[in-house]
Design a protein around this ligand. Structure first.
Ligand code: PLP
Length: 365
C-alpha cells in the first residue's frame, strides 16, 4: 500500500537542489580531489559563519562528532558523563565507546529535554562533563545547565544532531558548550546525501586536536602525533552540504509553519509540544503523545499516513546497554511509550498537514 502522506520523502525533499548537486558532482569529477579538499574547508568556514564561530571541524558522522569531542578532552577511564535518559542511543554509545560512564538523568516531561533540576543530584566526584541533547529540535534550558558546569567545573558537550538552527534566548544550539556536535544524516534538518558530521569547538587547542583525531592523529602526512581515527567529512558530502546550508533557515521556517498548524488545529485529545518564547524550536521531529499511541499509529496507517516513533525502546532498555537494563527511568519510559512523530518535513505541504490534522481529530478512542 503506498502512503498518501509518507512520514518522510528524501527524494522529494532534495529535488529543489538536484540541478545544483549534479553540477557540483561534475565539478567534483573534474577536480579529482576526493578527501579533505577545498569543499570541506569551505563548508567548515561557512558552517562557522552561520554560527558566528571560528572553529569547525568536519567529521564522518554525528556519532563520531560526539566520540571525538570526548576524546579531545582526555578524560580518564571511569570518569562520569551526565546524559539524558531519553535520547537516540548514539549519545550514550559515544560515552561507552570512550570507556567513560554514562550517568542518565531524567527529562522534563514538558520539554522532553534533560531536567536541569535533576542534574545537580547526579553530579559526583567523578563527573567530568554534561552531554546535553537538544531533542526533537528544541534547545535544552541552558541557563541553569551552564551555571552547573561553571560551579562544578564540568565540560559541556551539546548533541545538536536534531537542532541545526535552533536557539535558546536567541543563541544558536552548538554555541553554548565546549563542543557542539552535529550530524548531517540525510533526514536531519541539514541533511547530506550520505553520512556526515561536524564539530564546533571553542579553543584553538581543541580545534587542533580534533583535526588530528579525525585524520589518524596527523595534520602533516605520515606524521602521527596522537592515536587518531579515520573520521573525515567526505569531500563530496561537504560539497552537497554547501549547497543546502544557505537554505537551512528556509527549511526550518517551513517546518515551523507546519508545526504551527498542528499546534493550533490539533484537538486537546493529544499532548502537543509546549511552546515557550525562550526557545525557537526547529521541529526536527514534531511529536505528540497519546496513551493509545500504538492504536493511533495503526489508525493513521489505515488512512495512509506514515508516522515514526522516536524512540520505541529507551536506551537503558536496549540489549546493547545490558549494564543499565535494571535501572528505572519512569519519565523517559512514559515518553517512549506514548510518543508519536507526525509528518513535518520540508517535503510536506500545508495541505498534507491539514489532512493529517483532520484525520487525527477524527480518531475515536
Ligand atoms: C542522528 C543522531 C545522532 C547520530 O548521528 P549519525 O550521523 O547517525 O551518527 C546522534 N544523536 C542524536 C540525538 C541523533 O538524532
Amino acid at each position: 500500500m503506498s502512503l498518501t502522506i509518507p512520514y518522510e520523502n528524501l527524494k522529494t525533499l532534495n529535488r529543489p537542489f538536484e540541478a545544483a548537486f549534479k553540477q557540483k558532482f561534475t565539478d567534483f569529477l573534474d577536480a579529482g580531489w576526493y578527501i579533505l579538499g577545498k569543499e570541506v574547508t569551505k563548508f567548515e568556514e561557512e558552517f562557522g559563519d552561520y554560527h558566528n564561530e571560528q572553529y569547525v571541524v568536519g567529521v564522518a558522522n554525528g556519532l563520531d562528532a560526539l566520540i571525538l569531542s570526548l576524546k579531545a578532552c582526555d578524560f580518564k577511564d571511569g570518569d562520569e558523563i551526565i546524559v539524558p535518559s531519553n535520547t537516540y542511543i548514539a549519545t550514550i554509545l559515544s560515552i561507552v565507546h570512550c570507556g567513560l560512564v554514562p550517568v542518565l538523568v531524567e527529562p522534563d516531561i514538558n520539554t522532553y529535554n534533560i531536567d536541569p533540576q535533576k542534574i545537580e543530584d547526579a553530579v559526583t566526584e567523578r563527573t567530568v562533563a554534561i552531554m546535553v541533547v537538544h531533542l526533537y529540535g528544541q534547545c535544552c534550558e541552558m541557563d541553569p545547565i551552564l551555571s552547573i558546569c561553571k560551579n562544578k567545573n564540568l565540560k559541556l558537550i551539546e548533541d545538536c544532531a536534531q537542532a541545526h538552527g535552533a536557539t535558546y534566548k536567541g543563541k544558536l544550539a552548538g554555541t553554548f558548550g565546549d563542543f557542539g556536535a552535529f550530524s548531517f544524516y540525510p533526514t536531519k534538518n541539514l541533511g547530506a546525501l550520505g553520512d556526515a558530521g561536524a564539530l564546533i569547538c571553542k579553543s584553538e587547542k581543541h580545534y587542533q586536536k580534533l583535526r588530528q583525531l579525525r585524520n589518524y592523529g596527523s595534520e602533516k602526512k605520515y606524521h602521527n602525533e596522537i592515536v587518531g581515527y579515520n573520521s573525515r567529512l567526505d569531500e563530496i558530502q561537504a560539497a552537497f552540504l554547501r549547497i543546502k546550508l544557505p537554505y537551512l533557515n528556509e527549511i526550518n521556517l517551513h517546518k515551523k509553519k507546519l508545526a504551527a498548524i498542528y499546534l493550533s488545529e490539533l484537538s486537546d485529545n493529544f499532548i502537543k509540544p509546549v511552546v515557550n518564547n525562550d526557545f525557537s524550536n526547529v521541529y526536527h521531529i514534531f511529536n505528540i503523545r497519546h496513551p493509545e499511541r500504538d492504536r493511533l499509529k495503526a489508525y493513521l496507517l489505515e488512512n495512509r499516513i506514515g508516522t515514526e516513533i522516536h524512540y520505541p525502546i529507551a536506551p537503558h532498555k536496549q540489549k546493547a546497554l545490558k549494564f543499565m537494563n535494571h535501572l528505572n527511568y519512569p519519565v523517559s519510559t512514559e515518553i517512549h511509550n506514548t510518543t508519536l512523530s507526525l509528518p513535518c518535513s520540508f517535503a510536506h505541504t500545508v495541505e498534507d498537514i491539514h489532512y493529517v490534522v483532520e484525520t487525527l481529530n477524527n480518531f475515536i478512542l
